[in-house]
Design a protein around this ligand. Structure first.
Ligand code: HEM
Length: 444
């Protein structure tokens, strides 16, 4: 007997719920309809929320669970065939080439460069005494873009940093919006399409310029651009074509900056709401670091810092949803999912699954203590995805986020401006829709 389709709300169930916040809406639907359900709206979405099913999707990957869907088609317009958007043998070759660049020994050696970026922010905040209200999310975004720039290009990017960051912000829109979908049809002369084309051309000019200048200089530097240019395929001995280097650079700039920035913004937000937890963290940092910036080698002695970051990414996973296309008809939970279906896995929902998390809405970093983590299913916590397509920059992100908190928290009390609304927006990343207005005051 043929398998039935998964249950779900009626046709066009509730577009209002989706539009309000797809992350919370799909989490509610999973609680109502179970771990496999189908939502029929402008897209036919099949959602999986059982960690065993999620493991199957994440580990099997291409060709059965591939990236040939609308999300990656839109992202490709900016990122080209970089690591996030490519698939199959082309992806596998690039991943093999790039994996060594993200070895923890190489990543940890960026701690000095990251701390130098943090110090410019420290100086700026210090100059004020208590700062006037400012957009904390924008400040952190500038900081993490500075870090991506420094790790990718060293000092070369400085002259262009603000311009590039601003363009990437404009181009980094939710693929499932009319504005983004229209970019798939560049010949339609909308204002948005014209702006997108202009930004893409400028971005390309700057990135190709940086590559060319580096090649021409003959320098071999230890930043990621240097490593990309030096990478050689094990079998053929060939380097990367110019276009591929461009795609990987734009991919790393996009994948590596907004994600870390929103994670930091939500962590500050959570700590301001939980001053007791903030005090415990500041205690650990002061005790272990005595007022100096942390280095990568210090992190193993700061277990509570890591738990705070992990718990913050549980409640606010920067990548709140991950999608795939189904290769051939398959079965999940006794239901049929057809070839070509749009499959969604939501870290946001998995991180709140009531069968796997006790009191899931509570901010409780101690859940990530080794004892309490031991028996947890490894696929119900996926801020960096998992399997072969796991985030290549996870180590870099964790290093950066921990170094920023380790430096800023003992020095400053960051507090939200009362009355400013904090409303999440599930775009490509999960971020505060109206930003976070805050002040930073010296602690002593
Ligand atoms: C808190 C910060 C970050 C989070 C939450 C995050 C999350 C993720 C997730 C969920 C994926 C899988 C996406 C998918 O399947 O489509 C991913 C992939 C990726 N991330 Fe990250 N990321 C972060 C930081 C970074 C950084 C700092 C870099 C680079 C410097 C980076 C580079 C990448 C790349 C290249 C991929 C594609 C990997 C592949 O498919 O081979 N990410 N990231």
């Amino acid at each position: 007997m043929p398998l039935p389709p998964p249950p779900g709300p009626g046709y066009w169930g509730s577009l209002a719920g989706y539009r309000r916040n797809p992350a919370t809406y799909f989490t509610e639907l999973a609680q109502r309809h179970g771990d496999v359900f189908r939502w029929r709206g402008f897209l036919d979405i099949y959602m999986l929320n059982d960690p065993d099913d999620v493991r199957r999707v994440m580990t099997q990957a291409w060709p059965q669970f591939n990236k040939d869907n609308i999300d990656y088609r839109v992202l490709k317009l900016t990122m080209g065939n970089g690591l996030v958007t490519s698939d199959g043998p082309a992806w596998s070759r690039q991943r093999r080439l790039m994996q060594p660049m993200f070895h923890h020994r190489i990543v940890n050696a960026f701690d000095g460069a990251i701390n130098a970026c943090i110090e410019t922010l420290v100086e700026r905040w210090r100059a004020h005494g208590p700062t006037p209200p400012f957009a904390l999310d924008r400040e952190l975004s500038r900081l993490t873009f500075g870090v991506v720039g420094a790790t990718l290009f060293g000092a070369d990017i400085e002259a262009h940093a603000d311009e590039v960051a601003e363009m990437l912000d404009v181009m980094n829109v939710n693929p499932k919006t009319v504005r983004a979908l229209l970019t798939l049809y560049p010949w339609i002369p909308t204002a948005g399409n014209r702006r997108f084309a202009r930004h893409l051309a400028t971005l390309d000019r700057i990135v190709y310029g940086l590559i060319e200048r580096r090649r021409a200089s003959g320098e071999t530097r230890a930043d990621l651009l240097g490593l990309l240019l030096a990478a050689r395929d094990e079998d053929s001995g060939e380097g990367m074509p110019e276009r591929q280097v461009r795609d990987e650079i734009v991919t790393l700039m996009l994948a590596g900056h907004e994600t870390s920035a929103v994670s930091l913004a939500w962590t500050f937000h959570l700590l301001a709401q939980h001053p007791d937890i903030e005090a415990m963290l500041v205690d650990e940092l002061t005790r272990e670091l005595g007022g100096r910036p942390a280095l990568a080698a210090d992190l193993p002695r700061l277990p509570f810092l890591k738990q705070v970051v992990q718990e913050s990414m549980r409640l606010y996973p920067p990548v709140w949803g991950i999608s795939r296309a189904v290769g051939t008809d398959c079965e999940f939970g006794g239901y049929r999912i057809p070839a070509g279906a749009y499959l969604a896995v939501l870290p946001y929902a998995l991180h709140r699954h009531p069968a796997h998390w006790q009191d899931p809405e509570r901010f409780d970093p101690a859940r990530f203590s080794p004892q309490r983590s031991e028996s947890r299913h490894s696929y119900c916590y996926l801020p960096f995805a998992a399997g072969p397509r796991t985030c290549i920059g996870a180590g870099m992100a964790m290093l950066e986020i921990q170094l920023v908190l380790a430096r800023l928290l003992p020095l400053f009390r960051v507090r939200p401006v009362p009355g400013h609304p904090i409303v999440p927006l599930a775009s490509v990343t999960y971020r505060p829709r109206y930003g976070i207005q805050a002040t930073a005051a010296p602690r002593d």
